[in-house]
Design a protein around this ligand. Structure first.
Ligand code: FMN
Length: 211
């Protein structure tokens, strides 16, 4: 595979300080909408990055489930590796890449747990199989075999007999409240557009960065 000669030009669109919305949340919603309309696979998938105690940052994909003026919400197991990392350091990163639109968005923010009610509301909206899976999986803990997990799923299926389990105490959402959001639009000859919003005394300040 000749990676060093693999390249493409980015010509899809441009981004200026004048063309972006005053609020990065509105700008983000526009771009997310564009990604959905462009049929980007898993358009709501994002890398979620934690700063770990050992100094190695950790990144994994999660699905964005809500956006509001307050921030970005995803759901997970609170005892997972990411949950434990957030407990020690709630400064996190979120990162979207929509290849078809030649766009990325980078978000720095502070993660806080959603209310139990919000977590329950979302959990209750999930299909039964996903609810059972969330109950069966001690996410990020070592598993001796896949059959152990499948056994646990069968045992929960038998116990609940088609009824819906309650949202486990260790499962729920995080709301990431942004302090910095960068919008990147690929441009020709690698002269990309980068517009960044930074929260300064509760106001969003906008500037352009060098590509
Ligand atoms: C497309 C995709 C969507 C995913 N969505 C979620 C999600 O919403 N929540 C979640 O906890 N894990 C999700 N995962 C699994 C995570 O990437 C990860 O494996 C898991 O959360 C354990 O991460 P951790 O050990 O760093 O805590 C998703 C993975 C992929 C590839």
């Amino acid at each position: 595979m000749k990676l060093d000669s693999t390249r493409r030009e980015y010509r899809y669109a441009a981004l200026t300080k004048q063309s972006v919305a005053a609020s990065p949340i509105d700008q983000f919603k526009d771009w997310l909408n564009d990604a959905q309309l462009a049929n980007v696979n898993d358009f709501s998938a994002m890398s979620m990055i934690t700063a770990e105690a050992d100094g190695f940052p950790q990144s994994r994909i999660v699905l964005l489930k809500d956006i509001s003026t307050e921030g970005f919400t995803f759901f997970t197991n609170y005892d997972s590796r990411k949950g434990k990392a957030i407990e020690k350091n709630n400064k996190v990163g979120l990162h979207f890449f929509w290849s078809e639109l030649e766009r990325q968005v980078r978000i720095d923010g502070i993660a806080e747990k959603t209310t139990r009610k919000e977590s329950e509301q979302y959990f209750n909206s999930r299909p039964l199989e996903s609810q059972i899976a969330a109950c069966a999986s001690a996410q990020s803990a070592t598993l001796t075999s896949r059959s152990k997990l499948e056994e646990q799923v069968r045992s929960l299926q038998n116990a609940f007999k088609g009824e819906h389990p309650e949202c486990p105490e260790n499962w729920g959402g995080y709301l990431v409240c942004p302090v910095r959001i960068e919008f990147w639009q690929g441009r020709e000859s690698r002269l990309h557009d980068r517009i960044v919003y930074e929260l300064v005394e509760k106001e969003w300040k906008i500037k352009r960065l060098s590509p």
